[in-house]
Design a protein around this ligand. Structure first.
Ligand SMILES: *Cc1c(COP(=O)(O)O)cnc(C)c1O
Length: 403
């Protein structure tokens, strides 16, 4: 296999059909759960929402959970509940999806990017500390690829500076930090149910928290800022009466989606197990390739393996990341790149952010390639990914002899 002509040069691809990098796994029980809701009295904000919230709270070990229309909406809600507003700075990582920082802008505050650790690619607590000012209000760590960030150090910094910690755990449903479940640890934690994540509701998200005040604010924020709670009304005109007390949004998940979420959550154990097995297989099969660096896992982290990322050692390769990416695509392996550092996007540049803020993240971005990883992959799919990586990397290795 390693010696054969690359598909990009006219050879036969490793696979005959395309393997995506991520994809949902939907079974008959999932479909049935949605049909049941469609035949019931409530298709939105009915019993399925509360049930799904209770199940996520139980699974993560949090006291409360509040469902939102997306992970992004959930982050927006968390920033509101944390009291983040104009004049505040919020520290986050650049190695993430734009939503982790956009939620700060939604609230009129300023995102501050701290650089990542070169081994784990997670927020580096030393760099976070350097970014603290009198305006800092919160820290939003992201559990990149599913391996938790350094939460103890981050919490120490937060305690010393009176900051709120909101975890972006879009990658980390089912992950553990020092044997504690992600979702039970910080002030608030966000999960996403986008189809490439561990479980899906189509679109959807959740905030978990142990704090009843945050819980109340999150509930009200996702429904226009409206409350019907007798204890909190300032007047009462009659049984129909409700009050809009601040500017909220309609961020309510439907019962159709929540029911799918509950059905998906029943399979979370096997989904994570499958992802772990695939990651172990990649690590075993690829560890001898000196041109790539495999994901580094810390002993006290238990990753839920949302992504498996290779870091190319470009000095040992005769082609750049783009050629290698394209060559793998031609082998029908749907590799991806996570992430373009957030502040390099044109919108962030228009706000004044410039290249060079986080050199480690920028250099990682140049070298990263994400391999396919999802619970619906079988052994053949995984073997194809390994074969294609070996084929392409050996072709472009500086050691390879070319005719
Ligand atoms: C998916 C994701 C989000 C956003 O979640 P949506 O449900 O797509 O809105 C935020 N942060 C990270 C790191 C993500 O991967």
């Amino acid at each position: 296999m390693s010696g054969s002509t690359l598909a990009i040069h006219g050879g036969t691809p490793v696979r005959s059909h395309y393997l995506p990098y991520g994809k949902q796994v939907i079974d008959e029980a999932d479909i049935e759960s949605v049909v049941q809701v469609l035949q019931s009295d409530f298709i939105t904000t009915g019993p399925a929402i509360e049930q799904f919230e209770a199940e996520i709270a139980r699974f993560t070990g949090a006291k409360y959970a509040v469902a939102f229309t997306s992970g992004t909406a959930a982050l927006h809600g968390a920033c509101y509940a944390a009291g983040i507003g104009a004049g505040h700075e919020v520290i986050t990582t650049p190695m993430t999806f734009a939503a982790s920082a956009n939620c700060i802008l939604y609230q009129g505050a300023t995102p501050v990017f701290a650089d990542i650790d070169p081994l784990t690619y997670n927020l580096d607590p030393k760099r976070v500390k350097e970014k603290i000012t009198e305006h800092t209000k919160a820290i939003i760590p992201v559990h990149f690829t599913g391996q938790p960030a350094e939460l103890d150090e981050i919490h120490t910094i937060a305690r010393d500076n009176n900051l709120v910690v909101i975890e972006d755990a879009a990658h980390a449903l089912g992950a553990q930090y020092k044997s504690k479940s992600i979702g039970s640890i910080s002030d608030m934690t966000m999960f996403s149910f986008h189809p490439v994540k561990h479980i899906t509701t189509g679109e959807g998200g959740m905030i978990t928290t142990n704090n009843p005040l945050y819980y109340e604010k999150l509930l009200q924020f996702r429904t226009h800022g409206i409350t019907r709670d007798q204890r909190r009304l300032t007047e009462n005109h009659g049984p129909w009466y409700y009050e809009m007390q601040f500017l909220g949004f309609n961020y309510r998940l439907t019962d159709i989606q929540a029911s799918l979420g509950s059905s998906q959550l029943k399979k979370i154990g096997s989904f994570i197990e499958k992802r772990k097995q695939l990651a172990e297989f990649y690590t075993k099969e690829l560890s001898s390739i000196e041109e790539i660096v495999l994901p580094h896992q810390l002993s006290y982290m238990d990753s839920s393996w949302h992504l498996y990322i290779l870091k190319l050692q470009l000095s040992k390769l005769t082609a750049g990341r783009k050629e290698i990416f394209q060559a793998l695509h031609k082998e029908n392996i749907g590799v991806n790149v996570h992430y373009i550092p957030v502040y390099l996007h044109p919108y962030y540049e228009s706000l004044g952010f410039q290249k060079g803020i986080c050199p480690v993240a920028e250099s990682c971005y140049e070298q990263f390639i994400t391999l396919p990883l999802y619970a619906g992959m079988d052994d053949h799919d995984a073997a194809d990914v390994v074969d294609a990586v070996k084929k392409v990397i050996s072709h472009y290795s500086i050691h390879s002899r070319r005719e």
